[in-house]
Design a protein around this ligand. Structure first.
Ligand SMILES: [Zn+2]
Length: 264
């Protein structure tokens, strides 16, 4: 018996007669042995569910991507807080639960761990590759660039439509301070989520950022939390699959990032 997972993209990738005779790929279907389904980690299942056009399956400890490439789900390495940020595998992305209320506790940063291999595979491995997937989105009188991959741009449009219905006193928070920007995180080697076209910053005038307010602080230092962004704005983003940097101990309250795997 087999669990069937539809994969139209794989078919386009082969589009040859071999597909018809291959035991594993047939009629646009990847067959995953049903007996092994128990072994699929919950996080891998979530990734398949929220990124169905990109993460097609799981076998032998690896995510199977739409283009046929594979990504090791769990490298099995024990990591401290910093290594978790710098060398995150897909499994590490689920190491903390994203909470939609309350002030984050010490080092609670659900969403700051990103598997660079997974994100590059989905959104583009270089600035030029990411740019090919960017589309304009109207954002309160401005056009911003966002990736169309995984429905991210559509989700941002839905956020804008809903925020537009909030009372006028909320409008001052919404002017954007930027979306796509291929760059490393300040002071680190890893890429910022802005590199993939999945993040938007709102008005810096009303924002708080841990490093602005704690100059020279290290990641593991104890810092005081600050925020001025209203929950009403945050909850609209979260409803549409965006996590908020204000839920992080290392707060970045202007920052919203399309990460539906953390909100399921
Ligand atoms: Zn940001």
């Amino acid at each position: 018996m087999y669990l069937l997972i539809a994969t139209a993209v794989l078919c386009f990738a082969c589009s040859c007669n071999e597909a018809k005779t291959n035991n594993n790929i047939e009629n646009n279907i990847i067959k995953v042995d049903e007996n092994s389904e128990e072994a699929i980690p919950q996080g891998a299942k979530t990734l398949m569910k929220v990124y169905p056009n990109k993460v097609k399956g799981y076998a032998d400890g690896k995510l199977i991507m739409a283009n046929g490439s594979t990504i090791l789900y769990d490298d099995g390495k024990k990591k401290d807080f910093l290594k978790m940020l710098d060398n995150s595998d897909p499994e590490d992305m689920f190491n903390m639960q994203y909470k939609t209320n309350g002030i984050p506790g010490y080092l609670e940063d659900a969403g700051r761990s990103r598997s660079e291999q997974l994100f590059k595979s989905m959104y583009g491995k270089s600035e030029a590759e990411v740019r090919k997937n960017l589309v304009p989105v109207n954002w309160f009188g401005k056009k911003v660039l966002f990736t169309k991959v995984n429905g991210a741009a559509d989700s941002l449009r839905a956020v804008a439509a809903e925020l537009a219905k909030l009372p006028s006193e909320y409008k001052k928070y919404l002017p954007t301070a930027g979306t796509f920007n291929w760059r490393a995180v300040r002071g680190a080697n890893r890429l910022s989520s802005h590199s993939y076209g999945i993040a938007i910053d709102i008005n810096t005038k009303y924002s708080n950022y841990w490093l602005w307010e704690n100059k020279g602080a290290k990641e593991t230092d104890r810092i005081k939390y600050n925020n001025r962004i209203p929950e009403e704005i945050v909850s609209v983003f979260e409803k549409h699959g965006f996590v908020w940097g204000g839920r992080w101990y290392h707060y970045d309250t202007m920052h919203f990032e399309f990460r539906p795997e953390l909100l399921k």
